[in-house]
Design a binder for this molecule. Structure first.
Ligand code: HMG
Ligand code: MG
Length: 308
């Protein structure tokens, strides 16, 4: 299959990237990060979670974050909503899109949202209905699509099953998530080919964590399978609180470098994202793990040193 001319990059750093930080990231830092990402040109930013603050304390200030960010016209600001209570908060915060998040693994479903896959679908149904009634977009995220930290191997059929259930609920977009970054390209393509049989390929996205260093090659494999939406996290921030040892999402700077090198349009200013990655890494005292981000920062600093 020929590669697409353009892709949508969903920036998930402010949510997936920051949710696992042990020290509370000040609300104004989260807001500045999102403002910088909005200015960089993303069409979709995952900005907050309306989950239990007991489960994920880092995301407890979602309402404030959503109230104070400067929204770019045309950018979709998404929030995670595990239940109707989360949906009500999302609506009050004027989110553009709500994200329901389930799993292809029973064990992970229990650990992450404290219920079975079937119970989670029952819980999501009224969320989707409420979103549709108020004109909000709905995205469904399928965790552990390429492996589970608790049960190990996850059959392709289990992923297809959850995608079918999300499709029946009425999701506008569905994410195939490699929560713990164990996938490899062959498996990635097998999963995307299988789920493309039950949901339109152009509304499927790839959400890759980089634990085993496979994220970029999996993205390339997914591009070859016809996928045109990818998630990434600035500076490679992140990890899931319920998937011990899993590292961050693939770094946005690396994905942009790959796409632009392939002649694929993203609409995003790579240099602005590199600066945002430097800002957030410095602000939270974390190493920047984006290879392209670090290389481009070094180049800018060298040039500044050479031409003071
Ligand atoms: P529970 O304990 O089974 O449910 O949690 P509950 O209804 O008994 O609620 C527990 C407490 O939370 C109660 O408070 C509720 O009021 C409160 P208490 O009475 O004890 O004081 N509560 C809420 N508060 C605020 N907003 C809400 C909300 N709901 C309940 N919406 C629940 C079930 C789903 C709430 C919980 O398990 C939870 O919040 N889980 C969130 C887990 C999470 O955020 N994980 C990370 C995101 S998923 C991810 O990162 C994967 C992804 O990136 C893709 C990938 O890589 O795989 C998307
Ligand atoms: Mg994730």
């Amino acid at each position: 299959m020929t590669l697409p001319h353009a892709v949508k990059i969903v920036e998930v750093g402010p949510r997936d990237g920051l949710q696992n930080e042990k020290e509370f990231v000040p609300t104004e830092v989260k807001i500045e990060l999102i403002n910088r990402l909005s200015a960089a040109g993303f069409r979709n930013i995952e900005a907050a979670s309306f989950v239990s603050p007991k489960w994920v304390p880092q995301m407890a200030d979602g309402a404030e974050v959503m109230a104070e960010i400067e929204r770019a016209a045309g950018t979709v600001y998404s929030v995670l909503t595990p239940n109707l209570r989360g949906f009500e908060s999302a609506q009050a915060a004027s989110a553009d899109e709500v994200v329901i998040f389930g799993s292809a693994s029973e064990a992970f479903s229990q650990k992450n949202i404290n219920c079975s896959i079937a119970q989670s679908i029952e819980r999501f149904a009224p969320v989707v209905q409420a979103a549709q009634a108020t004109g909000l977009r709905v995205r469904g995220s399928v965790s552990c699509a390429l492996g589970c930290p608790y049960q190990g191997e996850v059959p392709v059929a289990a992923v297809v099953d959850v995608v079918e259930r999300f499709a029946a609920l009425g999701c506008d977009e569905i994410d195939i998530a490699d929560t713990i970054g164990v996938g490899t390209p062959g498996r990635t393509q097998a999963v995307f080919h299988a789920v493309s049989q039950v949901f339109p390929r152009e509304r499927l996205s790839g959400h890759f964590h980089d634990t085993y260093g496979q994220a970029l090659v999996n993205i390339y494999a997914a591009l070859q399978a016809g996928i045109e939406i990818f998630h990434a996290s600035v500076a490679g921030l992140g990890g899931c609180p319920y998937a011990k040892g899993a590292t961050g999402n693939v770094a946005t700077e690396d994905v942009l470098y790959l796409m632009h090198g392939l002649g694929i349009t993203t609409g995003v200013d790579l240099n602005a994202v590199v600066a945002a990655g430097d800002f957030i890494s410095t602000a939270i005292g974390r190493p920047n793990v984006s290879r392209a981000g670090k290389a481009l920062l070094a180049r800018v600093r060298n040039e500044a040193g050479a031409n003071p």
